[in-house]
Design a protein around this ligand. Structure first.
Ligand SMILES: Nc1ncnc2c1ncn2[C@@H]1O[C@H](COP(=O)(O)OP(=O)(O)OP(=O)(O)O)[C@@H](O)[C@H]1O
Ligand SMILES: [Mg+2]
Length: 254
């Protein structure tokens, strides 16, 4: 299964990505965790210590130049749009406690994603990750899916939009729903995060307006510890993991 996690800023995308990695690994899946958010923090959530350097793929300038048939530091009016990337995951991912981690790095922005060798390379890599790999892939994405290429979109089995009990995060989910249809995402589900009351759960159910709800994750002190660096998502158990398991079952992963 290839799962992509998106949603409004700060709703808990990276945390939930980390917890999904944990739950899948515990079930015996081989997992490739991909940080596709320019504001990279998935590795920290997984508990990778600062002594282990994970270089974002975008920083391998020579490699990108070679594959896109350009030269580092020179203008590139022409470049290869579909560079070879199939060897990249195995060569460049970091293995941490049995989880493969790949950090993409910051893509250069520009309306509709600028046409430059770096973006072509990252786009090809992203679509390879969801189409050409055997293991379970979790993509921690930035807020929104506008930048997702069609190739990647088609490879994603389930797009997860994380929401919290706020109207704004649900509005973002609605926008994601519209875009999902345009780029032919197969299935979109919501996860309601940071839940403290039944009322909040009902609020999300009410406002979801037809978007399938995969489940809920309560607000928890333990989860806060993950982001404070006191705990790795890979050591989470108990109620938090139970809730993630319920979500995975709903999604169809056993
Ligand atoms: N279920 C939860 N209980 C308590 N705190 C939570 C929960 N989920 C997320 N948080 C907290 O919310 C904050 C944002 O989480 P996270 O970084 O995962 O969000 P994000 O959507 O990836 O953010 P960004 O848009 O910046 O990438 C963190 O401080 C995290 O600890
Ligand atoms: Mg994040």
């Amino acid at each position: 299964m290839k799962l992509a996690v998106t949603g409004k800023g700060g709703v808990g995308k990276s945390t939930i990505s980390g917890l999904l990695v944990r739950a899948l690994q515990k079930k015996g899946h081989k997992v490739l965790a991909v940080d596709a958010d320019p504001d990279m923090n998935l590795a920290t959530i997984l508990g990778v210590p600062s002594t282990i350097t994970i270089t974002p793929i975008i920083e391998f300038k020579e490699l990108i130049a070679e594959r896109t048939e350009t030269e580092v530091g020179k203008p590139a009016p022409f470049f290869k749009m579909n560079p070879r990337v199939d060897d990249i995951p195995d060569k460049y991912c970091v293995d941490f406690k049995g989880v493969k981690i790949l950090t993409m790095g910051t893509m250069r922005q520009g309306g509709g994603g600028c046409a430059c060798p770096e973006n072509a390379f990252l786009k090809s890599l992203l679509s390879h990750l969801v189409i050409g790999r055997d293991e379970s892939v979790i993509l921690d994405m930035e807020a929104g899916i506008e930048h997702l290429g069609r190739g990647t979109a088609m490879g994603v089995d389930v797009m997860i939009a994380v929401v919290e009990p706020s109207l704004t995060s649900l509005e973002t989910a609605k926008r994601i729903q519209k875009l999902s249809a345009d780029i032919r995402i197969k299935r979109l589900v919501l996860i309601g995060n940071k839940i403290e009351t039944e009322k909040q759960r009902n609020f999300i159910r009410e406002k979801a307006e037809g978007i399938e709800i995969a489940g809920f994750l309560d607000y928890s002190e333990e989860i806060q510890k993950i982001n404070n660096g006191e705990k790795s998502a890979l050591t989470v158990d108990g109620q938090v993991l139970d809730q993630i398991d319920v979500i995975l079952t709903k999604i169809g992963i056993n």
